[in-house]
Each structure stands twice: as structure tokens, then as C-alpha cells.
Design a protein around this ligand. Structure first.
Ligand code: HEC
Ligand code: HEC
Ligand code: HEC
Ligand code: HEC
Ligand code: HEC
Length: 159
């Protein structure tokens, strides 16, 4: 399943959104409807109590992060979240520290990809092109990435 089926707001909003029980039950009312692994989900559906979300990625409140700004400028989910598709249980893959943000903001070009590959867990510029450096430079121009001076300005992430 595509990430955006469940995290439906990633392209439009700062937040990625966690899906509702009803959305899951659209399928699980009939698919594996008696599975033990879905007992919590059925309980939530019957009682109207949402499944408790264990939030893993959590920046401090003084940090401004925005999913749409990244996802619409060619930074894919896998770059920041790792191989979610292979994780039995989701864990944090990157430090999410200021140094980590800045490392990419100084030079995002190697981390860019086409917009139709944003949720692709396996895409790489090396495999997509004989001239990966040219492809990445074209993407940089297409997305009109601001100067590194702008991208590392304190007020971008602290507002
Ligand atoms: C079937 C729906 C579904 C799909 C498809 C899905 N997710 Fe999720 N995802 C969830 C739910 C539900 C949670 C919250 C789990 C919890 O409460 O611990 C979650 C949690 C996460 C988290 C952790 C959020 C946090 O910090 O707590 C990340 C990151 C994430 N998903 C990324 C992805 C990516 C990337 C993809 C595509 C490869 C994807 N998801 C596909 C339903 C989905
Ligand atoms: C579009 C349909 C669809 C939606 C929506 C969906 N699932 Fe699933 N889910 C499936 C399919 C298909 C399987 C695999 C069933 C199989 O292996 O026979 C599955 C498997 C599972 C399993 C493993 C069940 C088992 O017995 O091994 C869990 C747990 C699960 N889904 C939870 C969720 C949760 C939580 C949501 C909502 C965030 C969700 N699913 C939304 C289609 C869906
Ligand atoms: C540039 C890095 C980056 C990219 C790209 C990215 N994320 Fe995130 N994601 C984060 C950070 C950082 C957080 C924690 C945000 C916070 O706590 O304010 C997060 C949080 C989340 C959460 C928890 C809900 C929320 O919004 O806080 C989900 C779900 C998630 N990401 C899914 C995705 C999916 C799906 C994609 C791809 C479509 C994606 N992310 C792309 C860095 C990223
Ligand atoms: C892998 C590369 C990468 C990482 C990691 C990354 N960013 Fe970004 N960020 C980008 C790109 C590319 C843009 C889009 C710049 C543009 O074209 O506007 C962006 C844009 C932003 C913007 C919007 C800037 C504006 O236009 O006003 C904010 C805010 C932001 N990033 C915060 C963060 C924070 C906070 C972190 C760390 C938690 C982070 N970013 C990590 C690449 C990255
Ligand atoms: C690209 C995003 C980004 C930019 C630009 C940025 N920061 Fe940060 N900053 C962060 C993140 C993310 C954290 C939280 C790190 C953590 O929790 O580990 C942070 C944390 C901090 C902290 C708290 C440190 C601590 O130890 O708790 C201070 C102070 C700070 N930043 C100052 C600045 C100043 C001054 C600038 C400009 C020179 C700046 N930041 C530019 C992302 C950014």
C-alpha cells in the first residue's frame, strides 16, 4: 500500500496524519476479520475509543518542521524514515537533530528525487540514470531550491 493511503495529508500539510479506525475497518471488516492481531482495532471500532498512538518521531515545540515543504520539493519518506516497509515495528531511523537537518539543508541536491517517486522505498539516482549528477542538478533547478544561506537561516526552523 502507498504511504499516502494512510498518511493522507503529507503533501498538503505540516503533519503526516495518523489514519482512523474506520479507515482500517473499510478493509478489516472483511479481511482477516477474526485475526488476534486486529483485536485492538475491533475493540476500538466497537467502543468508539481511538487506538492509542505511540508517537515515535517528536521534535521539540521550538522546532518548526513541515512535511509538505519536503515532499513537494523532492525529498522522499525513505530519506528521513528509512525502510518503513521492512520494519516489523516502526522505529526512528535518523537522529532528527539540528546537525542532521543542517547537513541536508547545506546541500540537499544528492537527496532529491522526482515527485512520482516520493514514497518509493527503493529509488536511487544511480539506478534511474546513466548520469545521476545531471539528473540531480536538473531536479535542483526544477524545484528552485533556495541558496544554502537561506536554507540554514535560523528562522527557517525556529519561528
Ligand atoms: C495501512 C495504513 C498505513 C500505511 C499504508 C502506512 N502507514 Fe505509517 N503508520 C500507520 C499507523 C496506524 C501508524 C501509527 C502506529 C502507532 O500508533 O504506533 C503509522 C506510523 C508511522 C510512522 C511513525 C510515526 C511516529 O512518529 O509515531 C512513520 C514514520 C510512518 N508511519 C511512515 C510510513 C511510510 C513511510 C509509509 C509508506 C512506506 C507508511 N507509513 C505506510 C499506518 C500506515
Ligand atoms: C486497503 C485495504 C486495507 C486497509 C485500509 C488496511 N489494511 Fe491491514 N491488511 C490488509 C491486507 C490485504 C492484509 C494482509 C492479509 C493477509 O495476509 O491475508 C492486512 C493485514 C493486516 C494485519 C496483519 C493481520 C494478521 O493476522 O496477520 C494487521 C495487524 C493490519 N492489517 C492492520 C491494519 C491497520 C491498523 C489498518 C489501519 C491503519 C489497516 N490494516 C488498514 C488490507 C488493509
Ligand atoms: C525531511 C525529512 C522527512 C521527510 C522527507 C518525511 N518525514 Fe515524516 N517526519 C519527519 C520528522 C522530523 C517528523 C517529526 C515531526 C514533529 O515531531 O514535529 C516526522 C513525523 C512523521 C509522522 C508522525 C506524524 C507527524 O506528522 O508528526 C508520520 C506518520 C510521518 N512522518 C510519515 C511520513 C511519510 C509518509 C513521508 C513521505 C510521504 C514522510 N514522513 C516524509 C521527517 C520527515
Ligand atoms: C534530506 C534533506 C533534508 C533534511 C534531512 C531536512 N530538510 Fe528541510 N528541506 C529540504 C528541502 C529540499 C527543502 C525545500 C526547500 C525549498 O525548495 O523551499 C526543505 C525545506 C524546509 C522548510 C521550509 C523552508 C521554507 O521554504 O520556508 C523547513 C521549515 C524545513 N525544511 C525544516 C527542516 C527541519 C526542522 C529538519 C530536521 C528535523 C529538516 N528540514 C530536514 C531538505 C531537507
Ligand atoms: C534546518 C533546521 C534548523 C536550522 C536552520 C536551525 N536549527 Fe536550531 N534546531 C533544529 C532542531 C531540529 C533542533 C532540536 C534538536 C534536538 O532536539 O536534538 C534545534 C535546536 C536548537 C537549539 C536548542 C539546543 C539544545 O541543546 O537544546 C538552539 C539554541 C538552536 N537550535 C539554535 C539555532 C540557531 C541560533 C540557528 C541559526 C544559526 C539554528 N538553530 C538553525 C533545527 C534547526
Amino acid at each position: 500500500m502507498d504511504c499516502r493511503y494512510c498518511h493522507a495529508t503529507v503533501e498538503d500539510s505540516a503533519y503526516a496524519a495518523i489514519p482512523t479506525t474506520t479507515m482500517c475497518m473499510n478493509c478489516h471488516a472483511s479481511i482477516r476479520s477474526d485475526s488476534d492481531k486486529l483485536a485492538d482495532l475491533r475493540h476500538s471500532f466497537e467502543t468508539g475509543q481511538p487506538v492509542r498512538w505511540v508517537k515515535i518521531h517528536d521534535e521539540p515545540d521550538f522546532v518548526f518542521f513541515n512535511h509538505a515543504a519536503h515532499v513537494n520539493h523532492g525529498v522522499g519518506c525513505v530519506t528521513c524514515h528509512g525502510r518503513i516497509d521492512q520494519m516489523e515495528q516502526v522505529h526512528q531511523h535518523e537522529p532528527l537533530s539540528m546537525a542532521w537537518c543542517l547537513k541536508c539543508h547545506r546541500n540537499p541536491t544528492p537527496n532529491l528525487r522526482p515527485l512520482d517517486r516520493i514514497t518509493d522505498m527503493e529509488w536511487s539516482a544511480d539506478q534511474a540514470s546513466d548520469q545521476p549528477a545531471d539528473l540531480l542538478q536538473r531536479l535542483h533547478e526544477q524545484y528552485e531550491i533556495p541558496s544554502s544561506q537561506f536554507m540554514t537561516n535560523c528562522t527557517v526552523c525556529h519561528r
